[in-house]
Design a protein around this ligand. Structure first.
Ligand code: AMP
Length: 424
């Protein structure tokens, strides 16, 4: 096993790592750090939870001149990820003095402009907001000699290619570039070829590899079974539960309905303000609210280490999102479970996921005779009773969203097998 000292980090850095309790480098750190310390461009294929942030922050800190303004630029797809990188940078630097200015959307430009003027060594930004600043000429990038693109695949998926091209076009050619991505799609590879100089690729999670320690389950069901089954799982799981749904509207609906169980349920999606998202994430991190319902974009890069259960209440449309979602559990030293609900119209979405992860998971069925599940069905039915009364035909809730819904009576089976918690 390689140690941090063998990677070539300085004694001061080793001291900080020891104080943080980082005993051994993770595989992506062991591979990427020596290359990055040598000043070479690096492409790291790693998902969140593998220690990828430290893999670029540690060599960056070693090479950074703290007195030089804006000498490093880190681009990330979401505000949450940008803020997490900011706090990880402070932690790994072991410094109380702020090292970075964070330029993210959803907050006023004014305070960011003042912060830019402080001339801190690192800029951490989302592409859209950085371009806003460039257009207003409130930031210049001519002194950047280290560039990090974090979650590059996601930035491209989110349509940030034009902003990235603009930003990269303004950077000095003489620089070190590091690109991290959970998946190395053709888009990412082409982008890297255009903008990086003889990069060395390192990877611990080739495209489609799911975190080995995640126990994955998949359950076929009628769409109107999703909410009661989720409620049952939440009530039986004492740890943190992260729920993924397809749309903002569904995140709101699921969070409100689960909230009726007496849980403090947070929501993370793009209809929420920056403040609301931060409150939800802080509550989830601290355990004050142990259930969080999120959409893919908003949840990207969430760094919460002790998520016990990830429930995909809707099958992701993009198979690679599945890998990202389930990577939220079984972080660092823990194991976790990821359960995917496959509704009536979602089978065709599940097949490409199995192809991507190169695994066939047994499709479980719902035990509709399970007493806890029955009581959850009854609870939601009572609450929704007035809607049924005002309708001419009994109306089931339609968690299938845009997928077209589920015909009443269609079932993937009545007998099943809910394994008691803890048993695999
Ligand atoms: P990341 O993949 O960068 O989001 O990191 C996931 C979590 O693992 C973060 O909370 C890090 O602080 C933590 N971490 C990163 N590297 C190590 C390490 N070598 N030993 C222990 N924890 C680590």
């Amino acid at each position: 096993m390689t140690t941090f000292a063998q990677l070539g980090l300085s004694p001061a850095r080793l001291h900080t790592l020891e104080a943080l309790g980082f005993e051994m480098p993770t595989p992506i750190q062991a591979k990427a750090i020596p290359i990055a310390l040598a000043g070479t461009d690096v492409i790291g294929c790693a998902q969140t939870g593998t220690g990828k942030t430290a893999a670029f922050v540690l060599p960056m800190l070693e090479r950074l001149n703290l007195r030089e303004a804006h000498s490093a630029l880190i681009l990330a797809p979401t505000r949450e990820l940008a803020l997490q990188i900011h706090s990880e940078l402070q932690r790994l630097a072991g410094s109380k003095e702020p090292l970075s200015v964070v330029l993210i959307g959803g907050v006023p430009l004014g305070p960011q402009i003042s912060a830019i003027r402080r001339g801190l060594p690192v800029i951490i930004a989302t592409p859209g907001r950085l371009v806003d600043h460039l257009q207003q000429r409130t930031v210049k990038l001519h002194s950047v000699h280290t560039l990090v693109l974090d979650e590059a695949d996601r930035m491209l998926d989110m349509g940030f290619a034009p902003q990235l091209e603009k930003v990269l076009g303004l950077l000095p050619r003489q620089r070190q570039s590091m690109l991290f991505s959970a998946t190395l799609s053709n888009d990412v590879t082409r982008f890297a070829q255009r903008h990086m100089h003889a990069p060395i690729s390192v990877g611990v999670a080739p495209s489609g590899t799911t975190a080995a320690k995640v126990h994955q389950r998949v359950i076929g069901m009628k769409d109107d079974m999703k909410l009661p089954l989720l409620a049952k799982m939440v009530s039986e799981e004492p740890g943190k539960v992260l729920v993924f749904v397809r749309t903002r509207g569904r995140a709101d609906k699921f969070a409100k309905k689960l909230g009726r169980l007496g849980e403090n349920v947070g929501q993370l999606h793009s209809d929420r303000s920056q403040g609301q998202r931060k409150t939800a994430l802080d509550a989830f991190r601290s355990g004050h609210g142990r259930v969080l319902v999120a959409t893919d974009l908003a949840a990207r890069g969430i760094d919460v280490t002790d998520i016990a259960l990830v429930v995909n209440a809707d099958v992701p449309r993009n198979p690679e999102d599945y890998v990202h979602r389930i990577g939220r559990t079984a972080r660092a030293e823990t194991t976790g479970t990821a359960i995917t609900f496959v509704g009536g119209e979602e089978r065709s979405l599940w097949i490409p996921i199995e192809r991507l992860i190169r695994q066939r998971l047994p499709m479980e069925k719902v035990d509709e005779t399970d007493p806890v599940l029955k009581s959850m069905i009854a609870r939601f039915a009572v609450a929704d009773a007035h809607k049924v009364h005002t309708s001419t035909t009994p109306k089931h809730s339609h968690p299938g969203g845009g997928a077209g819904g589920q015909r009443a009576g269609q079932s993937f089976g009545a007998r099943s097998s809910f394994r008691p918690r803890g048993r695999r």
